[in-house]
Structures are given as C-alpha cells and as structure tokens.
Design a binder for this molecule. Structure first.
Ligand SMILES: [Cu+2]
Length: 473
C-alpha cells in the first residue's frame, strides 16, 4: 500500500516492514518533505491496513485504511504510524507526544520543566504552560520544553491515573548535553503541588482533583486555537443539527444502541453530543473520528464530591428519561429550549480542533463538524478493547457524493496467495500454532490437521482461508 502526503521539495521513501504485532513506527521528516510510504507485510497470518491520524483523505476516502469500512482487506489490525517533525532551533526542545497506547491514559510530566503546549491533534493552539498533560490513546500533543535548568538529568514521568496502585509509571530521562557520565540515573523530584504552588494539568478525565492534590484541571475547551477560524454553524440563525451519541456499554444480554440509522447530508453542520452516561457508563472514552477534525465546543461533567473528587450522578444537562436506571439511548436536552447554538456554555470563539477527545464518565462532550467530506468514516473509542467490543460506528456522509475507488482497488475475494509462496511444515496443528506463534496452513493442512471448529473460526477471523476456496471464488 502506498500513501502520499502533500508538499514538495524532497521526496523521502520510507519502507515499513510489518513484523508480528509491531504497532508503532517513528518516521523522521523535515518540514516540507514529501513522504512516500511503502508498506510490506511479512506477517504470515495477519493482514494489515494503515490509517493516518490527521489526514482527512478528502476525495480519496478509500485510502483511509479502515479494514472492511473504507477498504476491503484481509486485515485485523488498525494501526497508525506517526511523524515527528524536527525543528533545528537550539533554545528549546519540541516534542510531539503521541498516545499510541491502547488502553490507559497517561499523565506526562518532566521534573523541573514546565511543558508549553503548542498544538493538539495537529492544530496549533495559543501556547499554554502546564505542569502535566494527560494523554489518551489516539491523541497527540506538541509541547516545548525550555532547557534552562541546571545541566543534569531529569525524570520524564508517564503515569497512569489509578489510585492505590504501587507502580504504574513509565519513565525516561531528559539529559542535558555535555554533562559528565552520560546515560546515568536521574535523581530529580516531581513538582510538589501545594496550595501556594498549584499544579496545572491538562485534559483530566474528571472536572477536578481531590482538594489534597492542589492541582487544577485545564479543560480542552479552555485552550484557544492559534488560528482564528469560523466555527461551523456559529453564525446566529445557522442551522445546526444535534445528534446524541451515547458511547457507553449497553448491557450483557440486551444491547440497545444510540448510534445507528443516521445519514449525514452534504454541507450540513452537525453538533454531536458524545455521551458517556446511563447504566452503561464506564471509564472515560477517547472518541476518535476519521475523515474530519472536529471543533470541541463544550465538555459537560457529572456531579463530583467537592472534597474527595469522587464521581456521583450523571450530568443533569441531558435527560435520560429515568436517569441512571436506563441505558440512556433516547436522550434529549433537559431543558427543551436548548439545542444547536442555544446550548449554554458553548465556546464558539476559536475553540480547539481535534480528532480524538476524551468523554468523561457520566458526562458529555459537544463537537461540531460540517459534513463537507463525503465518505464512510469510522468513529470509535480509541481504547482498542472497547472498539473491538463494538464501541464504534461508521458515519455515512453524503453517500451519493462519495468518490468511487479506482477500478484496480482491491475488492472482496481479490485476496490470493500462491501455494509456492509459503513453505508450511507438513504437520501443522493448532498446538504447533500456539507453540510457535502464527504459522500458515496449506489446503492439505486444513483437511488433515486436528483443528477444532473454533480454531477454524479464529483463522477465518484472522484472514486465512484454504487456497482452493480463494481460487474458486
Ligand atoms: Cu472506550
């Protein structure tokens, strides 16, 4: 598969070879370079597709890389690569932090060094000085660190947010150049947050910390876009359609959903209320949308105990028709005069644009898009476990205007592999598969190996099937 980015000057060809389950690849490029990426998949039984965060594939929705949504593929991995754009300035270090994890949010800080946030999800924001940034899977934050402290080694800390857990940190060391004994240990301490010296933390999955933390939560909607732009539908009288989407687990035996059966009409402005409410509410979900970056105009929170910070009832802004006693899949604004531009508390003056936003447990986030990018766009919780469990939907946007893929683009049943390409051992069994990791099967193996029906289902899930079936298809 090939993927091209715009911009001219130099062309860098990057070869990516996917080995088993390799997830994160760093590609170093300079500003204004063109990047051409060739992906070669050497995995024997896993197919692969590539989705690039932040590229909206306008006019080329088939290149969005979502298996079975925008691309027919024998693929089960939704992966994303990442870019670090280097700046040659010497007065500060610029970091692009990428939430490449699949489950936990991390609170990231560098001892002794405040972080000056300058961009999120690829969009510049007015620089904001912070002590820590909480990053969720799928999010990206760019920040500057001024190297103006005593030359030495300082801990970079990435800590998950649970309490009463002994060790939940990933650590790295920020080392000043030229200090003696390079590569040694750091002995720095994190900032001591006190009433007179409080800590500023961006993107808490709750409204505030317990009082004893002496920490202030900076919301995404507290940030300002560096570039003035027109928020979709912000003019008085503009038509803005509200759409409530509850990203919550809808039960074990009964799985009602709030996300189905909606069409997205061309050039219309949609205000989506991403919720995490009702009986299915869980932890904070980072919701990622393909095909668009959205404007984040409001974050609503549930009730918290003001001292302990313990979460209580869901936000009362939204009427679940019985509150927490149901799954809240037919929600409406509690106040019938709300809706569109008349929802109180909207930040319509240059709020940040993002493509991944954390929806707090018991609360909601309001985002806006203009439906100006026809395509079928995957929208999902970026916690892979949740996405795989079905916390996902496809936006069918401007269906009649969606560009058709090129004639040679792979379709169902295109997948072929020649028997001679693979040299499978003769006696392949599921036991051997488990022991050796992933190996393939020939048609004979399928007939003669003691493979249980569930194992066959697994293999089908992972994109393998007997060659003769593939050829006869
Ligand atoms: Cu989730």
């Amino acid at each position: 598969m090939m993927m091209m980015m715009m911009m001219m000057v130099v062309v860098v060809v990057v070869e990516i070879v996917f080995m088993m389950m390799m997830r994160l690849i760093m590609i170093m490029v300079w500003v204004n370079q063109t990047v051409v990426v060739h992906v070669t998949n050497l995995m024997s039984s896993q197919a692969v597709t590539i989705h690039w965060h932040g590229l909206h594939q306008t006019g080329t929705p088939w290149m969005d890389g979502v298996a079975f949504v925008t691309q027919v593929s024998h693929a089960n991995i939704l992966s994303h690569g990442c870019f670090r754009v280097c700046d040659r300035s010497k007065s500060y270090c610029k970091f692009r932090m990428i939430g490449s994890g699949s489950l936990y949010p991390f609170r990231v800080s560098i001892d002794g060094h405040p972080l000056t946030l300058i961009a999120s999800d690829g969009y510049d924001i007015v620089p904001t000085v912070l002590d820590a940034i909480i990053i969720n899977p799928g999010e990206r934050y760019d920040f500057l660190v001024e190297a103006n402290k005593l030359p030495g080694r300082y801990w970079v800390r990435a800590q998950t947010l649970e309490i009463n857990v002994l060790y939940h940190r990933a650590e790295a060391i920020l080392e000043y150049a030229g200090i003696p004994g390079p590569g040694g240990q750091a002995s720095s301490f994190p900032k001591n947050c006190t009433s007179g010296n409080r800590c500023k933390v961006l993107n808490c999955p709750f409204h505030h910390y317990p009082t004893t933390y002496f920490s202030d939560c900076i919301k995404i909607t507290d940030l300002k876009s560096k570039i003035q732009y027109e928020v979709p539908g912000a003019h008085p009288g503009d038509q803005v359609q509200d759409i409530f989407l509850n990203f919550a687990f809808p039960g074990d035996t009964w799985t009602p959903g709030s996300v189905n059966g909606r069409a997205y009409k061309h050039n219309k402005v949609y205000q989506m209320i991403l919720m995490n409410m009702g009986m299915g509410r869980g932890w904070a979900h980072p919701i990622h949308m393909h095909g668009h970056s959205y404007t984040v105009v409001k974050i609503g929170y549930p009730y918290y105990d003001p001292i302990t910070g313990q979460v209580g009832d869901d936000s009362t802004d939204i009427n679940c028709g019985g509150k927490t006693t149901n799954y809240c899949n037919e929600p409406s604004w509690s106040n019938s005069s709300w809706g569109g531009n008349s929802v109180p508390g909207l930040t319509l003056g240059a709020p940040p644009r993002k493509d991944t936003i954390m929806v707090p447990s018991g609360g909601y986030v309001i985002i806006r898009i203009k439906a100006d990018n026809p395509g079928t766009w995957f929208m999902h919780c970026h916690i892979e476990l949740h996405s795989g469990d079905g916390m996902a939907l496809v936006l069918n946007e401007s269906f009649s205007r969606q560009a058709a893929p090129p004639a040679e683009f792979p379709t169902c049943n295109n997948f072929r592999y020649a028997k001679q390409e693979y040299h499978w051992p003769d006696e392949v069994t599921m036991a051997a598969v488990k022991e050796k990791g992933s190996v393939g099967f020939t048609a004979d193996d399928w007939l003669t190996s003691p493979v249980s029906p569930s194992a066959i289902l697994d293999l089908l899930r992972y994109g393998l099937r007997p060659p003769e079936r593939a050829h006869s298809a």
